[in-house]
Design a protein around this ligand. Structure first.
Ligand code: CA
Length: 253
């Protein structure tokens, strides 16, 4: 291999790695609107360390501008803000986007404020001072809710001839019963809920294992193999596919 070819290859690998990082980040974009710089910057640092891509606005108007210019997966809003307060901002966001999860962040703990927050369209509320872990947990729960979009019909999730009954916990392909362990069931449920959509290892780690993705562990790949052996191996059409460098997809023909 000539030096030029080697250099070109290295450049390509770099681009692929960057693209994969963007893909993972895509579903983890958070907007923080908070005028107390110290709090905002601490949150940004903590969330970035947990694999989220974070944009910060120190004022309501700028927050709104950022919201209209980019797409976010979660929005964290303070209430007392210069420019536009959190309630107004929340209402304006809801006029354009009814789905994006919004968490209100405030030092006011009165019930009436909470009601006003929910009325404005907030999904959750957190009262200052709060533990960073609490916010992280709320963000994860809300992300889980929005990412799991394949709604079961009569509590049955389907893809081609694969059926999962969420009540009886029975899994079948055609007439063949498939016995899964609890963890395998959860993993397959997550893939089914996100069918026809590539899910990254980071998505799986958070949603199935409730942990942050650790590149040193291959537990996800190991479990994908267990599930594949039971769900796909004996059948001609393979439902679970690997997207190299991106993750997995449960694909329906
Ligand atoms: Ca404030």
């Amino acid at each position: 291999m000539t030096l030029e070819v080697a250099k070109a290859l290295l450049r390509c690998t770099h681009i692929i790695v960057l693209n994969v990082t963007c893909l993972i980040m895509e579903e983890r974009k958070i907007l923080i609107v908070e005028d107390e710089k110290k709090i905002a910057d601490t949150l940004k640092m903590g969330l970035s360390e947990n694999g989220y891509y974070v944009e910060v606005a120190y004022d309501g108007t700028i927050g709104y501008r950022l919201f209209t210019a980019h797409s976010f997966n979660v929005i964290v809003l303070d209430i007392n803000l210069p420019g536009m307060n959190g309630f107004e901002l929340c209402k304006k966001i809801r006029l354009q986007d009814t789905d994006v999860p919004i968490i209100m962040l405030t030092s006011m703990s009165d019930l009436s404020d909470k009601i006003e927050g929910y009325d404005a369209g907030a999904d959750d509320y957190i009262v200052k001072p709060f533990e960073f872990k609490e916010l992280l947990l709320k963000i994860r729960v809300l992300l889980k809710r929005t990412l799991n979009q394949n709604i079961p019909v009569g509590n049955i999730l389907k893809a081609d001839d694969l059926e999962m009954n969420l009540d009886s916990k029975e899994v079948k392909r055609g007439d063949t019963i498939i016995n899964l362990t609890a963890k395998e069931f959860q993993l397959l449920e997550y893939l089914l809920r996100n069918k026809n959509r590539v899910v990254s290892r980071a998505d799986i780690a958070i949603n199935v294992w409730d942990i942050d993705f650790d590149t040193n562990t291959n537990v996800i790949d190991v479990y994908i193999n267990y599930v594949r052996n039971k769900v796909d191996k004996k059948f001609p059409n393979k439902l679970i596919q690997t997207y190299v460098g991106m993750g997995y997809i449960l694909k329906e023909d």
